[in-house]
Design a protein around this ligand. Structure first.
Ligand code: ADP
Length: 246
């Protein structure tokens, strides 16, 4: 077995570094400690899965990594940025440029066409409308979805909607892709197809992918798997995806 090809982890450069992350919700008797000291490094080129029981802190950790939630204590460096110490404008700008999101529920805007949905991150980053539309269409074409560019999301199957959502997450070429339960609303074959697309299209040596999932059927797509329990990472194991038979 040897590490090769586009899907391999080609560098040891750290994309995301978490040290001693603590996070609680609520106060007093109602307080929940969601993260109890999380240390984790994620490398460029890597697809890391965060797995564990419901309530173990996966979404909280993903939200901190994506810059949409602040930790109470500890440090999280993401692509050399420290979201916690940025003002709201800088944070929104860096997130808009550097992060692509894929959600369990697809989160496509129902009144926009597929192409318009895919163009949204480009428009947010200030690209002129025509150019953004052309870029979105080009990407949809290359993903085999060009024929659905003018459709509304509701006219697509769940699997197609998630592939559109993956296109939207990639269109602005972000350095970090975060996915929260991307296959939970898909049947096995469709979820498998979406993960194949994610690995094929999203994984790159200068990009990190973090996927929260409890779907054991997709563990095979991970380079590494970080197992969470009760607010901690209790084990980091190798996935199987990086082993390319020679
Ligand atoms: P997971 O993604 O592994 O299911 P979460 O990060 O969503 O775990 O939740 C970790 C813990 O924090 C759970 O006990 C959950 O109930 C609690 N929690 C998460 N979000 C909130 C919130 N907004 N308010 C209060 N408690 C929350």
């Amino acid at each position: 077995m040897k590490l090769t090809g586009r899907n391999s982890v080609e560098s040891n450069r750290i994309a995301i570094s978490c040290r001693g992350l603590m996070k609680s919700y609520g106060t007093g008797d109602a307080q929940t400690l969601a993260l109890r000291g999380v240390d984790l490094d994620i490398r460029y080129g890597e697809l890391l899965m965060l797995v564990g029981p419901s309530g173990s802190g996966k979404t909280t950790l993903l939200s901190i990594i994506a810059g949409i939630l602040d930790q109470d204590a500890g440090q999280c460096l993401v692509l050399d940025h420290d979201f916690k110490h940025m003002n709201a404008t800088d944070r929104a700008r860096v997130r808009g440029l550097s992060v692509g999101f894929v959600f369990q529920t697809f989160n496509l805007l129902p009144s926009l066409t597929v192409a318009e949905n895919v163009a949204v991150p480009l428009l947010i980053n200030g690209m002129p409308r025509k150019e953004a539309a052309a870029r979105a269409r080009g990407l949809l074409d290359s993903f085999g979805l060009g024929g659905r560019a003018e459709a509304l999301p509701a006219q697509l199957s769940g699997g197609q909607q998630q592939r559109v959502a993956i296109a939207r997450a990639l269109v602005h070429e972000p350095k970090l892709i975060v996915c929260d339960e991307p296959t939970s609303n898909l049947d096995h074959a469709t979820g498998h197809h979406a993960m194949e697309m994610l690995r094929r299209e999203a994984q790159a040596p200068d990009r990190a992918l973090v996927v929260v999932t409890h779907d054991a059927r997709i563990f095979e797509f991970a380079d590494r798997i970080a197992h969470m329990d009760d607010g901690r990472i209790v084990e980091v194991s190798s996935g199987t995806a990086q082993e390319t038979p020679q």
